[in-house]
Design a protein around this ligand. Sequence first.
Ligand code: TXA
Ligand code: MG
Length: 336
Amino acid sequence: METKIYSTDQQALQEAADQIKKGELIAFPTETVYGLGADATNEEAIQKIYQAKGRPSDNPLIVHLADKNQISEFVKEIPPLAAKLIDEFMPGPFTIILESNGKIAPAVTAGLDTIAIRIPNHSIGRAFIRETKLPIAAPSANISGKPSPTKAEHVADDLTGRIAGIIYGGATGVGVESTVVDGTGEIPVILRPGGITLEKIEAIAGIVDSPAIKETEKPKAPGMKYNHYEPDAPMFLIDGDDAFFQEQLNHFSNQGKKVAVIASDELASELDANHLYKCGSRNNLSEIAVHLYEALRYFKKSDVDMILMETFPDRGIGQAIMNRLSKAAADRIEQE
Ligand code: TXA
Ligand code: MG
């Protein structure tokens, strides 16, 4: 299949929206990562998403809407607490789980009776969704298991030939995906940390549950149990000071390995490394989040044997960063 490149002018967005109406897949920018969109009411179109990504069919998709007042068309009810969160965080990097009224195609929710809803805070992404006049089911627009795409070029690398088109909307903003919150109960439950921090949700809701999702239980956000975000070469997290990082780098290099490093600007300036990718200041974790997935995509196993990466404080946006990094490294971590 030919994958068409769409610009962001009104006519291009209209053409891309026409493809969606015909049941085709279009990748589009949001403020978190690029999404791979399809008509959420068209079962066949949804099946195409799972095929194009190689995504397990028990991992449900987020439904993207253009405006808040559309949410009630797709859910049984909006409990008061959920209404408060919607009011505060949408549009934005925030996804709310509510009880579905069954108006979307069954494959979107992978058999669950709940639905995930998000309104992106991105002018092009939202204009595109609005143009389709449809609810748009969209996972991140990467091959399953790989880091999510923060540039249209990343989407093209993964999905060219598999989807009808890509809207070239430049780099996304936040860099990590939305926070997924179950809003069906008495207190909000964070199923996936993301762009809206635990601290911000606590400030609105008071008590918030943020379970560490155990691999052995049936996870509440089904996507959390699969390998995710994995770089081309195996990655190891190095948890210690800058001198410890250099020691580990020397240790693996002395074994004859070609070792790549992904580091903050601060660590990078201390290191003696042959293959180095800098991902921003560790004093500004939002900057690390912006560059994270591009960094994870940078090194290829044809060039390096392994990747070492530093760890970050597990608070604020750092929770989302560390959640993604431990998956990217498949829990391989060297501690001081
Ligand atoms: O920022 C984002 O959320 C991006 C952009 C494109 O909007 N989308 C995204 O989608 O990250 P995806 O499919 O890569 O991740 C969706 C997550 C998965 O972990 C999935 O299991 C969870 O949301 N999810 C979807 N529907 C759910 C439901 N009804 N109950 C619990 N978890 C759900
Ligand atoms: Mg994803």
